[in-house]
Design a binder for this molecule. Structure first.
Ligand SMILES: Cc1cc2nc3c(=O)[nH]c(=O)nc-3n(C[C@H](O)[C@H](O)[C@H](O)COP(=O)(O)OP(=O)(O)OC[C@H]3O[C@@H](n4cnc5c(N)ncnc54)[C@H](O)[C@@H]3O)c2cc1C
Length: 381
């Protein structure tokens, strides 16, 4: 049976996230975009309300919410500002591999403190020479007795400077390609960890993106997730949990652009009538509405599938590719509805358009999502 109704608890969770986005995020979004100041205070308030780390299981002190519930929150937060949303959601991405592959001890060590104290974590896979082509990473973890020595550089790491610990993918046996990668948790305070300058990005400027270098960093064996060789599977498996959430954020951004466009189309007059009365404008807005609804359904299906314990790789990639491309198009069209004012930083859709672009890039580009979908179609049947 298909039921599109939220439970009472889910409705309350969504309302809580929406109120928070409307009262705490949206009013400060322009400030963080213009200054690039990290939204620590806003994140702290979100953490106090239980809007961060929601998927940490109850046995480790968390709320143990599902991906669907996380998606409901992500859509509302992104409606307020996706830069601030990305700063909040980076924890979800870093924690997912620990939830998927960590031992009980590892979960106690790395997840439980995220609930007890206000902390950040970061997910470190991308490198200067390898993003889509994960097998092209060069970071190496050499075995030294019972420990490892980690050397290499990561790039574009969200929350790099504020994180307490990093999830890091590295080769333990480069000869074996994907099967020679291993996953580690690296405390930020380790000797040899160096964090670069904040990158000046096109959009989502509230979030903190930096390079990190690991210079012969000692990592105890206890910090390895899974066995040697499991790293690629763990890092990619985390995306099945997080891509639906990122896609939900794309829906939230598109909803904000749509709402601004509707309001403006009713107010702005040309040729003696509100521009909403011109079919070219009203159809553009009708298309926005169609695509937002369609994207949300893909997101909900991807979330629900994994919450039921089923493989959702294809659904998650569909939601991500469609959601990201949809958000970019809706944001572009919202700028068009605003005309010249859409091109100006005093009006909200300019920022939304800049923020939208990265949805087609991070957590796997729109091209890579299509590769995954094609692979699922042709290689798994
Ligand atoms: C703001 C921001 C935050 C990020 N946060 C994180 C983070 O927290 N952690 C992390 O690990 N990474 C993060 N990333 C990195 C992000 O995941 C990568 O940028 C992304 O995976 C693309 O990799 P790349 O930049 O190396 O592009 P490339 O892989 O070099 O791709 C360049 C272009 O070629 C296309 N392309 C590549 N291969 C193929 C192919 N086989 N077929 C068709 N097209 C192809 C791509 O789609 C893209 O258009 C972040 C990036 C940004 C911009």
């Amino acid at each position: 049976m298909v039921d599109f109704e939220l439970t009472e608890e889910q409705g309350q969770l969504r309302d809580l996230a929406h109120e928070f986005a409307a009262n705490e995020i949206a009013p400060k979004a322009a400030h963080h975009d213009q200054t690039g100041e990290f939204p620590r205070e806003i994140c702290k308030k979100a953490w106090d309300l239980g809007l961060m780390n929601t998927h940490v299981p109850e046995v480790y002190g968390g709320m143990g919410l599902g991906v669907f519930d996380g998606g409901l929150i992500a859509e509302e937060i992104a409606w307020g500002c996706t830069g601030i949303g990305t700063a909040m959601e980076a924890n979800t991405l870093a924690e997912a591999p620990v939830i998927v592959a960590g031992t009980d001890d590892q979960k106690k060590t790395w997840l439980a403190p995220m609930i007890r104290e206000f902390k950040f974590a970061a997910y470190c896979v991308t490198e200067p020479d390898a993003g889509s082509d994960v097998a092209g990473i060069k970071t190496i973890a050499r075995r030294v007795g019972d420990d490892y020595a980690l050397t290499g550089s990561k790039m574009w790491i969200t929350n790099a400077s504020v994180a307490d610990w990093y999830f890091v993918l590295a080769y333990t046996d480069p000869e074996k390609k994907h099967r020679g990668m291993s996953a580690f948790i690296v405390p930020r305070s380790s000797d040899g960890v160096e964090v670069g300058k904040k990158e000046k990005n096109l959009g989502q400027r509230a979030s903190d993106t930096r390079a990190i270098s690991f210079n012969d960093v000692k990592i105890p064996k206890a910090n390895r997730l899974g066995n040697e060789g499991d790293g690629f599977k763990i890092a990619m498996g985390a995306f099945d949990h997080t891509r639906p959430i990122v896609s939900a954020a794309a829906v939230g951004l598109a909803r904000a652009a749509f709402e601004h466009a509707v309001r403006y189309a009713k107010e702005r007059r040309t040729f003696g009538t509100p521009i909403a009365a011109h079919q070219a404008i009203s159809f553009m807005i009708a298309e926005m509405s169609m695509n937002i609804e369609a994207a949300r359904l893909l997101v909900w299906k991807a979330c629900r599938t994994i919450d039921l314990g089923r493989r959702n790789t294809r659904e998650a990639a569909c939601a991500k590719a469609f959601g990201a491309d949809m958000a970019m198009k809706v944001a572009l069209d919202a700028v068009q509805v605003f005309g010249g004012y859409g091109f100006n930083a005093e009006y909200p859709v300019e920022k939304i358009m800049r923020d939208a672009k990265v949805f087609q890039i991070y957590e796997g580009t729109s091209q890579i999502q299509r590769l995954i979908i094609a692979k699922e179609i042709f290689e798994r049947n």
